[in-house]
Ligand binder design. Structure first.
Ligand SMILES: NC(=O)N[C@@H](CC(=O)O)C(=O)O
Ligand SMILES: [Zn+2]
Ligand SMILES: [Zn+2]
Length: 429
């Protein structure tokens, strides 16, 4: 039997949202006991001296791109979930913009079959809103739900036709599926690759105005209000979006949203380097937008932090800015950026971070919520909160080395990830 005893760990207890120094016994796939002192004589127990480490309920990255099937040169379920585990995540929700797009029950089943043998973490699949994410015919949401999808999204592209989006929301709602919106008005963003503003002018790179996002956030809020469908806005990047979402929430609209670590950390002033690792959709915005994202997190208007892990091959990024694909390989830096940029700076506290990285994603996707208590599944993230480390993409488990955080000093490192009692990632403590 698989038994692990974590000694002297600072465990985050959901009841009072605080740390408590305890011993945690894991037997097979569940937490068997949480006590102030647990002793064992048995020699089949692995004892981990965890003094100084913090145990968080397993973190869920609700927005990743694992590229399988079809683009395995960028990432696979095996490498992607390993990157998630190294990043401290016990679960990830994969977007359907693979090749083929996951828009049918059989495709969902095939992803889950692949995951069975290969995934290091729990994997939840998101189904497409429309067939091939073309924005025209609705995908077979009900049948995909039977196969276990947790949400629908055409992420990577918007659903441009408002009537199609309205029908999608009405349809999704009957299956109790949230619609995740990649909010972008393609007519406004067409040909753009960076935030429209001072630095797009300076660099000569075509801009994407903030309104390309904000306008679609407004539209989707209107449709969610009208249909009653739960709406989740992906990768919010503008101050105006945060404002619209805040007002919608006050009216009682069923809307939630997420921010990525790159959008609360970086702004467009880095663009004169022409580093293609800065090319991401939505683009890195202004300093004011970055501040508004942080404020939105602090105020609880932004519900979730998700990496939008978007790995690409080096040769694809190693081209002129115009030709590089959008995306940042973010799974392995997300938690360090949360600790360094938010918790350490007093923007949010640990309890709110757990909300954004574990509780809310579970709630929105309707999946098991991790808790450090007897009888719960043993999904745990162990963090060395005071440990400083430097981001080195050469050490990434992800195939995607495309990070704008290369060389950055971060504080707070995930060191051991337990998924159903199995060690999915471990490094020297
Ligand atoms: N975020 C990105 O820049 N890229 C994502 C697509 C997306 O999340 O819209 C990708 O699939 O590469
Ligand atoms: Zn997107
Ligand atoms: Zn995405």
């Amino acid at each position: 039997m698989n038994k692990i005893l974590l000694k002297n760990i600072n465990a985050f207890r959901s009841e009072d949202q605080k740390l408590e120094n305890v011993d945690v016994l894991i037997e097979e796939d569940v937490i068997a006991a949480v006590e102030s002192k647990l002793e064992t004589e048995a020699d089949d127990v692995r004892i981990i001296e965890a003094e100084g480490l913090t145990a968080l309920p397993g973190l869920i990255d609700m927005h990743v791109h694992f590229r399988e099937p079809g683009q395995e040169h960028k990432e696979t379920i095996a490498t992607g979930t390993k990157a998630s585990a190294r990043g401290g995540f016990t679960a990830a929700a994969a977007m359907p913009n693979t090749d083929p797009v996951i828009d049918k029950k059989a495709l969902v089943e095939s992803v889950y079959e692949r995951a069975e043998n290969k995934a290091k973490t729990h994997l939840y699949q998101v189904g497409a809103v429309t067939e091939e994410s073309q924005g025209e015919e609705l995908a077979e949401m009900g049948r995909m739900k039977e196969a276990g999808i947790v949400a629908v999204s055409d992420d990577g592209r918007p659903v441009m036709n408002s009537q199609v989006m309205r029908l999608a929301m009405e349809y999704a709602q009957t299956f109790d599926l949230p619609v995740i919106s990649h909010a972008e008005d393609e007519n406004l963003s067409a040909g753009g690759m960076v935030h429209e503003g001072y630095y797009s002018t300076l660099t000569g790179l075509k801009g994407i105005p903030g309104n390309a996002e904000t306008i679609m956030v407004a539209r989707d809020i209107c449709l969610a209000e009208q249909t009653g469908c739960p709406l989740h806005i992906a990768h919010v990047s503008t101050a105006d979006s945060v404002d619209l979402i805040s007002r919608a929430k006050k009216r009682g609209v069923r809307v939630t949203c997420e921010a990525t670590p790159h959008h609360f950390t970086l702004d467009h002033s880095l663009l004169p380097s022409y580093n293609t690792d800065l090319k991401v959709n939505p683009p890195l915005r202004s300093k004011e937008d970055v501040e508004a994202i942080k404020q939105g997190l602090a105020d609880g208007i932004i519900d979730v932090i998700a990496s939008d892990h978007a790995p690409h091959a080096s040769e694809e990024k190693d081209v002129e800015f115009d030709y590089a694909p959008f995306g940042i390989s973010g799974a392995e830096t997300a938690l360090g950026l949360v600790y360094t940029g938010l918790i350490d700076k007093g923007v949010i506290d640990r309890a709110k971070a757990v909300k954004c990285l574990s509780e809310k994603p579970a709630e929105i996707l309707g999946v098991t919520k991790a808790e450090i208590k007897t009888g719960s599944p043993a999904d745990l993230t162990l963090v060395a909160e005071d440990k400083s480390w430097q981001v080195d993409p050469k050490n990434f488990c992800s195939k995607g080395r495309n990070t704008p955080f290369k060389g950055r000093e971060l504080k707070g490192k995930p060191v051991l990830t337990l998924v159903e009692g199995e060690i999915a990632w471990e490094e020297e403590i």
